[in-house]
Design a protein around this ligand. Sequence first.
Ligand SMILES: [Zn+2]
Ligand SMILES: [Zn+2]
Length: 388
Amino acid sequence: MPPSASGRARSKWGADVEINAAVLYAKREAMKVEPLDLAPPGAGEVLIRMGAAGVCHSDYHVISGQAGHEFPVVLGHEGAGEVIAAGAGVEKVKVGDHVVLSWIPYCGTCFFCKAGQSHLCQTHKGPLWDGTMLDGTCRLHNTDGPVRHLSMLACWASHAVVPEISCVPIPPDVPFEVAALLGCAVTTGVGAVVNRAKVKAGSTVAVVGAGGVGLSIIMGAKMVGAARIVAVDAAAHTEQMARNLGATDFIDANEDVHAQLMALTDDIGADYVFEAVGKPALQRTCLELTRPGGQLTFVGMAGNEATIELPTTGITRQEKTVTGSIFGSAHTDRDFRLYAEHFACGRLPVERLIGRRYSLEQINTAIDDMLAGKPGRGVILFDEDGAP
Ligand SMILES: [Zn+2]
Ligand SMILES: [Zn+2]
């Protein structure tokens, strides 16, 4: 990595390297891929050379303004790379480690962490929503001042400084493009199946929405031995990818989904239904797709103000369970490694989830492709030497 060549106010910010990053300056604008100054890792932080980073709808929620994030910001919260420098007191990882980045760092000592629900840890919520590091400041700067970090990761950049608690080391033989997807889509989808719904072998599963997370739910359902896995999506060209990951049936969401699912299930409905889009109208429909005694899990993220009305007798008389899952209800230190092992053994074919690969310079195209419903997850790949 070269020293800064920008000639900008380097001493003012105390940064010592120049990196290449995709910067979002305002909502609904295209990102600019440009050099930024990156300060060295502080205490408890590490410098990562990015290997790969996925493109997730949650990034788009910042671009669209729905997430209410401050600008300018570097997005990217689904990434993997190599630790190339460590700040003071770092113990969890060391230089040379390959790591998956987690967008929910947890404290390990609060009520939720002690209860085994580290994915619900609220301790770092302040800086996470503010787009700063744990100490409330930014490591990224341009000539005008600080640039925010999405989820303390900001991994749509050649390099990132992140808290060590955001890193989970994984075996170096897992390709970065696979490791990156463990950081959001795979963990969110597979974890919803394994940790939250606890899908039983032999059951019938319906997955509404076959984007990166929905496809991961399908992959997880196949892994735990679901007998019938019905994918529902409005984009007919996602059918092949859904089937490659384990779907046994595909319903075009433009048709009568309820009628088709009932025809497939002897008019009973599915044992487990997952809503992976985050649309209130679909969430309600999903309750109708769930069989009496079955379970509906909301995984897709609706806007913060969204509400739904549900027929309560479906929940009393028919004993349907409605629940939600955030980040696959994951214990990231356990699950990232576990899913990496499942990948290595062929139980989770994560590589089949990748729709298209891009360079960082193509980031805006990657967003457009995702919004156009192109099948599979888009992945940004970084040069081996990490040079900006
Ligand atoms: Zn995500
Ligand atoms: Zn905690």
